[in-house]
Write a protein that binds this ligand. Sequence first.
Ligand code: NAD
Length: 309
Amino acid sequence: MKVLVTGGAGFIGSHIVDTMIEKGYEVCIIDNMSHGKERNINNEAKLYKMDIRDSKVIDIFQIEKPDYVIHEAAQICVNNSITNPVEDAEINIIGTINVLEGCKNAGVKKIIYPASAAIFGNPKYLPIDENHPLGMISQYGVTKHAVEHYLRVYKYLYGIDYVCLRYSNVYGPRQDSSGEGGVVSIFCDKVRKGETPIIYGSGQQIRDFVYVKDVVRANIMALESEKSGIYNVCTNTKITINELLICIEKIFNVDIDPRHVKERKGDIRDSYMSYEKIYKELGWKPQYKLIDGINGIKNHLKFLSIDKF
Ligand SMILES: NC(=O)c1ccc[n+]([C@@H]2O[C@H](COP(=O)([O-])OP(=O)(O)OC[C@H]3O[C@@H](n4cnc5c(N)ncnc54)[C@H](O)[C@@H]3O)[C@@H](O)[C@H]2O)c1
């Protein structure tokens, strides 16, 4: 079986590629390398260095004829979407339509797509389930959600099965710690450099951190199941930013004295999500606790002898 992974040189996509190859799938990647890294690319995967905004990507689907597509490539930065909404829509919507047209022409059986908790905005109730009302507060939230509609339409018109996975805050090795990268990788990076982590507000904000290996497993279970639909991928575990820092402090065996600054406009106060639906229908639940995941990051940094970066 062949899988085409867009964004397969990025954080989540590259972990998906590695696991699919271990499981015996043939894998090819489309990635423009805007955020992807050479060192993330599995030797056994074929890379097409292309931009999904370019309609020529549709030809790659004809050449490769993948059975399945996992579409991770995206503009992922909330702030970029606010300052450059056109580019955000071009990548996340137009780029995705090119991917879907490729799927249609090549007879792809199923596509797996990552949406985001960003589509809910400030929660009306917790934990957030799949029926929670939408309330996007950024263009990124809008474009990630728009694709959910395109997926339904492509299934209706052309019979392409899909699963849309709404991730909470994904963390793990290979996550970018620059810019708006995940808070876990930013904190770990600060700690290894001996710098002071910054906490916006009191640090009592609640988040739901899901480990990348659990996310990979959700993608593969979704791909291999008969189901189509929308599922949260999360832990339903409430972790405050202060608790996160304590956990990092223990694992890296350091004392951390964070700097508190004013809360950022637009940040969501508390968010955690329910995984009841995906557990009932696909049998998925998270296996990694935060402490295991952060140990995974620490081992990865050691393995890379991180000083070189
Ligand atoms: N990381 C999270 O916490 C999180 C949460 C919810 C949803 N998601 C979604 O998961 C997916 C993967 O996110 P990630 O954290 O691995 O990000 P990432 O930036 O590490 O990976 C995205 C990959 O897509 C590639 N890419 C970007 N624009 C492209 C384009 N125009 N053409 C081709 N390739 C392009 C980048 O080079 C990169 O390798 C994204 O769709 C993101 O919206 C992530």
